[in-house]
Each structure stands twice: as structure tokens, then as C-alpha cells.
Design a protein around this ligand. Sequence first.
Ligand code: SAM
Length: 299
Amino acid sequence: MTEETKAWHVEECDVDYPGQRFLMLQEEVLCDIQSEFQNIKVFKHKKFNTVLALDGCVQVTTYDEFLYQEMLTYLPLCSVSEPKKVLVVGGGDGGIVRELLKDSRVEEIILVEIDKKVMEVCKKHIPSMGQYLDYKKVKVIVGDAKEYIKTCDDKFDVVILDVTDYAISDSDEENQLLGKDFYSQLKQIMNDGGVISYQAFSPYQNNDLLKTEIENMRAGAGMICYGYVPVPSFPNGMIGILFGRITKEIDKTYKRLDIPVFKISPKKAKDMGLRCYYDRYHESSCTLPLEFCSWFEEN
Ligand code: SAM
């Protein structure tokens, strides 16, 4: 490849990463299509191996996706003792579903993904995630999760939002999954004491947005926690995960969920096929730099 023929994947976002640009050299583009909802691109990279980008933003790479998927899944899963029924919102790459299938406490998984093309592309080009969408315990619904949550009569023990950034932080309220009624709707579809998680920036990415997310979750859920994990392929090299316990009466003591109620020892984690999550890492991932501790101080 000469300098002229090098094809770079370029990622920039003025809201989340002002004045920054993240580049990956594409060895080969396996797929580059426009679906009804977004551009879907899969390419090969020397270090990160197979990379999925949606609307220009890297979502997962097969080199390091386990870090994100395991933590987004097991922080909430190990905060409840019986996560029998789990809802995955988005997650069309299949990675979160793969992680859920490793935990024998999980009996039923419903995944609501708006874009069926994402699932088709991942089954074909990233089977290490996509294949799990076809497992028996998994029911896939193609549709907008905003509508599903409003109308569903199921009750879940854990809800995991694995959605693109805009669904969390879009400035247009209409496009936001986490709109102002989100937590009251969530209460309708969750068993009392169930836990929700979603990816929420890194501590050094966009503090204003993160603080708003924390306040919203605190008002809606009561007991909350925030952990973060290094993910080398993500801009800034890390991602935060916000998770909270949904109770009928909001617990105003703001106790944190940083100690898992279900413990997975390092040995058990290895036996389950995990590469990142185990009980002590749950606690340490929720230990924040000093200057952020006040966000979670108990009253
Ligand atoms: N790991 C990712 C990241 O870094 O942001 C996210 C994974 S990606 C598979 C997220 C998926 O959420 C996309 O496939 C997108 O189509 C889906 N999605 C976005 N908004 C949605 C909505 N309202 N309902 C259902 N799925 C949605």
C-alpha cells in the first residue's frame, strides 16, 4: 500500500470528541452498505482484526469487543441473584447475547433491534458474535425499542441497552431512547429490584452529558453505579457503564451497586469462558478517580 492508496477509516464527532479525529487503516473493506437506518461498514484492520462501524463510528472490533460486552452484561447480571429473563435493546451484532448465554441463571433473552441489516451483516462477516442471535434461548424482535418498551407486557430482571450513541444522547428528544418518560416506562416492564445498564461515555469524555445521565438515572432508579473499562479501539480508549436498580419505591439512600450480589470467582469466570469480568474486577471497575467520587456520594 502506498501513501496514496491507503484507505483510512476516519471517525470524528464534535459533540463527544471535540477537535479530535480517530483513524484506522482499512486493510480490506468486507461490506459497506446503506440500510434504512444507517451506513454499515465492516473492514479488516491489522491489529483490531474485523471492525464494525455504523454511520462512521466504530462499534466493535473482534480484538477487544469482549471487554465492552462482558462488562455491559455482567455488571448488571451480577447485581441480581436471579436474572432469569433479560431484555437486550439494540445489540444486533450478537455480542451481548453471547455473553448472556454463558450464564446458566439466564433462562430467556429477548433482543429488540431496529435494523435487521446489522444482524444479517454480523451473522455473515462477524460470526463470533452474530451466530448467537440464532440460539434457542434468544427471541429476536425487529423494531424500535422505544415502541416495544411502551407496549410490552413482559417483566424482565435485567435490561441491557446496547445502542448506538445517538439513541442515548441525541439532542433531538424524539430520537432518544432515554427520553423523559423512560424510567417510568421501564418500571412497567421490570421486576422490582431488577437492574438496567447502558454505556455512558468515559469519565474524561463529556462530563456534562455524563452528569446528566447520572442525575436522570438517580431520579429514575435510585440505587446506581458507574464502572469503566479500557477498550483500546474506542475513542479515548475506554468506556463507562452506568447501571441502576429499578425499585417501586426509589431508594433515597443512593447506595451503590459496586459489590456484586452474585460472585463469579476468577476460576469460575474462566470456566464460563469469560476473559475480563470476575467479582473483584466488578468492584475495581467501579472505583473512580477521586475527583468523580462526589457524583456518587451517599447522602
Ligand atoms: N457497541 C456499540 C457501541 O459502541 O455503541 C453498540 C452496538 S450496535 C449493534 C447498536 C445497535 O443499536 C445498532 O445495531 C442500532 O441499529 C441499534 N439501535 C439504535 N437505536 C435503536 C432503537 N431505538 N431500537 C432498537 N435498536 C436500536
